[in-house]
Design a protein around this ligand. Structure first.
Ligand SMILES: [Zn+2]
Length: 114
């Protein structure tokens, strides 16, 4: 037997006093970027990023350009996002060549395009 409760009101609990103005006062966690450590600029898009997001290229003292996976090679360094868009952009505009002051050989590009 269907016996419904005769209370026609819906169970909407609206409490006009529910919002207390002092509730959000201690909100210290603002939109703060959680970036620690050194920030580098991508030579393609010119945006800054942490080293973990970037590939480092180095022009070694002998003038050759290599991908520096360790991040510790001596020489002049330049950074690029590990993103296809930035790799493509840097390659087309020769941004990396200019930043390093040396031509980036095709082997280097093929290394990172995997
Ligand atoms: Zn970039």
């Amino acid at each position: 037997m269907g016996k419904y409760p005769a209370s026609g009101g819906r169970a909407e609990s609206k409490t006009p006093w529910g919002k207390e103005p002092g509730d959000g006062a201690g909100d210290a966690s603002r939109d703060r970027p959680e970036r620690k450590g050194p920030v580098r600029t991508c030579v393609a898009c010119r945006e800054q990023a942490g080293k973990a997001e970037l590939i480092r290229f180095v022009r070694r003292p002998d003038g050759s350009v290599v991908v520096d996976a360790s991040g510790r090679q001596p020489g002049r360094g330049a950074y690029l996002h590990a993103a296809p868009a930035c790799l493509e952009l840097a390659r087309k505009r020769r941004a990396l060549d200019r930043a390093l002051g040396a031509p980036v050989p095709p082997e280097v590009w093929s290394q990172i395009e995997r």
